[in-house]
Design a protein around this ligand. Sequence first.
Ligand code: SF4
Length: 444
Amino acid sequence: MTTIIVTPKTITKTGAKTVAKDVEKDASMAKQKEMMGAHYDRLTSAPDTGEKVCCTFVPGNLNELIMCFGLVNNLPEVNAIQSGLRRQSGAFVLEAEKLGHSEDVCTYVKSDIGMMAKGNIAPNGRKYPRPDVLLLSYTGCFTFMKWFELLREEYKCETIMLHTPYMANGVVTPNMIEYMVKQLREEVIPKLERISGVKFDIDRLREYLRKSAKAEDDLVRVLESAKAKPSPIDAYFGGIYYIGPIFGAFRGTDDAIAYYKFLREEVEDRLAKGQGPVTPDGEMGAEKYRLVVEGPPNYTNFRQFWKMFYDEGAVVVASSYTKVGGVYDFGFRHDADKPLETLAEYCLGVYTNRSLPMRIDMLTNYIDAYGADGLLINSIKSCNSFSAGQLLIMREVEKRTGKPAAFIESDLVDPRYFSAANIKNRLESYFQMIEQKRASARAA
Ligand code: SF4
């Protein structure tokens, strides 16, 4: 296996295990980091290059359409994640609270608002550009709408909204698609043409969509590799690296095709060798527990949180969080033959737009299909949109699968709500519960 050891100053290719304090990464993780870095450089250079900037959100993002107008994509919640990983978000959240934003507000929003108040500096040390347009593709979270209202007030720029009907009954009807295509034709595309000064070319869109589908195929093969025992990947902690390019600014590009091909080959190689995932401390030891996880991770203590799992031999084989920017594993692919309809279908199907029964079906399916020992929910304190209903999800999945479930609580980017001791205790009790369940199954 080729791994890359990332030290603060050097990146060295080696097949050996990591030395203390270095962070060991798959080669694909280093490649992903490079891509994200290049994107931040492009974004922060926009005032010099003259490129126009479109702020939009991960769930329901219309990257292929945005690229048709030569716009650079800026994703505020990804910026908040970057602030969380860099341990800057705590100060930003406090700053936003000082400005009057309540404790209950989603901390992605407060991290973004606090960051703007404190200089609006991107991970590469340069200032984020002012957006030329805020494109809200609304897919189930009301907070996104309020967030863009705040940004509109700050930047006084144009806003466009594409409304996605909620999947209340779990089905996509022709009316829903028609309603969304009408909005795309009559509102979204004409406004983007006017703002960018670029005429819409549907063949350009088709070309990007073809590229998206290729990368989506490879992503699914990577995620489904976790059905193997041992799983060659951690589909939650590692999965967060894997979804970065396709959920962000790269879907529809040659770079995304190259990245997902590289990633798939890397994972297939591990699979063929019967290896488990690579963790920041090197190869994971024997796989003891296979989990399905619902909810986002905590980003301020991301490595510490992951360590609590791999130290116990726990691997996450499937997660709902890696589906928030698109659900591809049940067959959906962007389809160049119906370019506007496919954008509508994509938005309708993202995880954030799925009803509670659909989420329960999905998690139940994952437990069965991935041979998991149970469900773990990481409930996010400030995510009002998706924390509601999680206890019900837990009980229902437990009832349907007969597998134990557990509930922990933390926050996305607010370090005040990451209690390491509590989470560790809960996880340890959960692993004991799985052991007991196995023992009673053996005895039966
Ligand atoms: S889904 Fe949750 S975390 Fe994401 S923006 Fe909405 S409230 Fe915030």
